[in-house]
Write a protein of this length. Structure first.
Ligand code: NAG
Ligand code: NAG
Ligand code: NAG
Ligand code: FE2
Length: 397
């Protein structure tokens, strides 16, 4: 008897020793002087410069673009005219092309409790050349507005591309610093992978959807000129049955379109795109994903469609991380991890970008990371095991 319990004690000691070694190995130490302040940053007030309405009556505002098809030579251009349908046409031309083309948008409005949206326009253009600068104009007459964007190179293994990563942005003073930080980065991101949680309008009473409008005006300075690839987060759910709002994701899906049909998805909340040398799969952790669900079935096929010769980089975007040990949102991604981690491993997913957790953790001490030159990720990615993100750290999660 006693020898058996000795053995148990020895085992326990050995495990404690191992744990000690692991803790030692896993301790990344302190890597930054930065300590988050205890004050929560305030939302920028309604009269802030970043929320300014463009001059003129009913001028297009909240202009934003996203990828419009699977290959990358399509774009969806969206904008809001606040008080009347106004012109629903986009005029566009390539930098070296002489002729201007016209494309017609769709238009919708929605209500949320006692809020009525402006006229939301979405215009799909999918006949663009790859690797080209395009100009586009919306609105009419004196208050017509002009923007531009670049299409990505045709998908292929040797086409460099720089993605920016932003998640959990909100509209606080820190959100503005985050966006400015991204814009001022010398690496110059060409498209934003947005990891969910956009406006945080749901923190307001009755989810005051005017805060969706302010957010749209705030990010226009970037999102009108380069595509933001959208992922849905918990702040997009907007499910409030006590005030009669029972359609999840209503403001988000009305305002932000995605090219989901191009990848055979049935929902704008999960889809995939190719962009340059990357194949990007966007998942929704707030839509059902259990066995036999549409998302599950779609994803199973999706992994088979990836051609690593064409797009060597396989990237997954999902709002809720599979791995972290922070106290907030602890293990919220666990059921999804159990379901999908084996698929990710089997399909050799290169990197998963997530948002949601407003904390920094890392699991390696020293980095000697050599990335192939085909994609310029290191700008925002410092370590493959870690989720690095820009966030308005400090507001409500
Ligand atoms: C919506 O209802 C709230 C609370 O009753 C009120 O403060 C707000 O002014 C209303 N907004 C509109 C557009 O009616
Ligand atoms: C937001 O940032 C921009 C660019 O850095 C700056 O011009 C603007 O004044 C800022 N606005 C607020 C409300 O912080
Ligand atoms: C994968 O992509 C390469 C390069 O574009 C192409 O040559 C090949 O035919 C593709 N394979 C399949 C199975 O489609
Ligand atoms: Fe979140």
């Amino acid at each position: 008897m006693s020898s058996r319990s000795d053995l148990t004690i020895m085992r326990v000691c050995f495990i404690i020793f191992l744990l000690g070694v692991l803790v030692e190995l896993c301790d990344g130490g302190i890597t930054s002087e930065y300590v988050r302040g205890s004050d929560l940053p305030d939302d920028m007030p309604l009269d802030s410069d970043v929320f300014k309405v463009p001059p003129g009556r009913n001028t297009p505002q909240q202009v934003h673009i996203t990828q419009g098809n699977h290959e990358g030579n399509g774009v969806i251009i969206s904008w809001v005219t606040p008080s009347a349908p106004c012109s629903n046409t986009v005029r566009y031309w390539s930098e070296n092309g002489k002729s201007k083309k016209l494309a017609e948008a769709t238009m919708n409005t929605y209500r949320f409790f006692n809020y009525t949206s402006g006229y939301i326009h979405h215009c799909l253009i999918d006949d663009l050349e790859f690797d080209m600068k395009y100009y586009y104009e919306i609105g009419s007459g004196k208050w017509r507005r002009r923007f531009w964007f670049f299409t990505p190179p045709k998908p292929g293994p040797d086409v460099p591309y720089t993605f920016g990563l932003i998640g959990d942005l909100g509209q606080t003073y820190d959100s503005n610093r985050t966006l400015s930080h991204y814009e001022m980065n010398p690496g110059k991101g060409q498209a934003v992978l947005f990891l969910g949680d956009l406006s945080y309008a749901d923190l307001y009473k009755f989810h005051d959807n005017n805060r969706w409008d302010t957010w749209g005006r705030f990010v226009e300075r970037s999102a009108a000129y380069q595509p933001w690839i959208w992922t849905a987060g918990n702040h997009e759910i907007d499910f409030v049955p006590d005030i009669g709002e029972t359609e999840p994701f209503k403001p988000f899906t009305n305002r932000y379109h995605t090219p989901y049909k191009a990848s055979g998805s049935i929902s704008p909340l999960w889809y995939s795109i190719k962009r340059a040398s990357a194949y990007i799969i966007v998942m929704s952790c707030y839509s059902s994903y259990g066995v036999y669900t549409p998302q599950y079935k779609w994803l199973r096929k999706e992994f088979q469609r990836v051609n690593r010769t064409e797009t060597p980089w396989l990237i997954v975007l999902v709002h809720c991380p599979f791995y972290h040990s922070y106290e907030r949102h602890y293990m919220e991604g666990e059921t999804m991890r159990v379901m999908y981690e084996p698929w990710f491993v089997k399909s050799k997913v290169d990197v998963v970008f997530a948002g949601h957790v407003h904390a920094y953790e890392r699991s390696v001490k020293k980095l000697n990371l050599v990335l192939p030159s085909s994609i310029d990720l290191p700008l925002y990615l410092h370590c493959p095991q870690v989720i690095i993100k820009y966030t308005n750290a400090g507001t409500c999660f």
